[in-house]
Design a protein around this ligand. Structure first.
Ligand code: 9D3
Length: 244
């Protein structure tokens, strides 16, 4: 996979992509990530990328020319998804990450200022993504979140220790509690079942803990997954107990 990122702040991307899973994926040539400074695609003496909004109002708007020039230079004649990171986009979730992971190439545009010229949305962009309902200063951090979530889906990115399908959000449930040594820390012990060596019992306990945690913290997630009848009865019993 190849990911091109268009930004006014290319320096923001040094660091996050140089560590851990993304670095390994780059080293293994599962992905190549190319950061482009939008200013390099201007053609005026002052390298201007933004201007005040027609009709008046506060702030600045990203001009269309550098964005069109950059996208056209990258894609040539090919049809490649062009994704704008914007607070007005569709909410990014695990399903969206899995969908983007099927692409061979994509171009991410990081917005800034009050926004981008609407003609960019209408005639250049194929998809708009937001990473959540909070205000960021620009699309750069959102692009890094998207890249991280997508790259770890690529076959081979996680190495032998784990597979992306085991992620809690891939199962649709929150993760069960984890413990490691020491067995007693400041007087706090570890659940007996985890020390029992009874793997069937441990698996059952973990599944119940995942279900309980999801019920209590993210009941919205339960509506989107398939539970066995036994699991449904367990949760109904717990939901009734919890409301007492
Ligand atoms: C002045 C009105 N603002 C809307 C609340 C405009 C505005 C705010 C923040 C315009 C751009 C931005 C910068 N944010 C992003 O570019 C962005 C973003 C976000 O702020 N939250 C969640 N996801 C994303 S993706 C890109």
């Amino acid at each position: 996979m190849r990911i091109d990122i268009l930004t006014l702040f290319p320096n923001m991307f040094s660091g996050p992509f140089d560590e851990s899973i993304i670095k390994r994926a780059i080293d293994r040539q599962l992905v190549s990530i190319v950061i482009h400074n939008l200013r390099d695609y201007t053609s005026d003496r002052h390298r201007i990328v933004d201007d005040s909004p027609y009709g008046g109002g506060p702030g600045m708007v990203l001009k269309p020319e550098p964005l069109f020039a950059a996208v056209e230079a990258i894609r040539g004649e090919a049809q490649i998804p062009v994704i704008l990171l914007t607070p007005q986009g569709r909410l990014f979730d695990q399903r969206a990450a899995e969908e983007l992971a099927t692409y061979d190439q994509m171009i991410l545009i990081c917005g800034h200022y009050e926004g981008v010229d609407e003609r960019v949305r209408e005639h250049l962009v194929s998809d708009e993504i937001s990473i959540g309902d909070y205000v960021l200063s620009g699309g750069e951090l959102a692009a890094m979140v998207v890249v991280d979530a997508v790259v770890r889906q690529l076959p081979g990115a996680l190495g032998s220790e784990a597979s992306a399908g085991e992620d809690s959000h891939a199962s649709g449930l929150l993760e069960y509690p984890q413990y490691t040594r020491p067995q007693v820390f400041r007087g706090w012990g570890v659940p007996e079942v985890l020390l029992s060596g009874n793997h069937a019992k441990i698996a059952r306990w973990r599944r119940e803990q995942s279900l309980l945690r999801t019920l209590r913290r993210r009941p919205d997630l339960l509506e989107r997954i398939n539970l066995t009848d036994k699991e449904k009865r367990f949760l109904e019993k717990e939901a009734a107990a919890g409301s007492r």
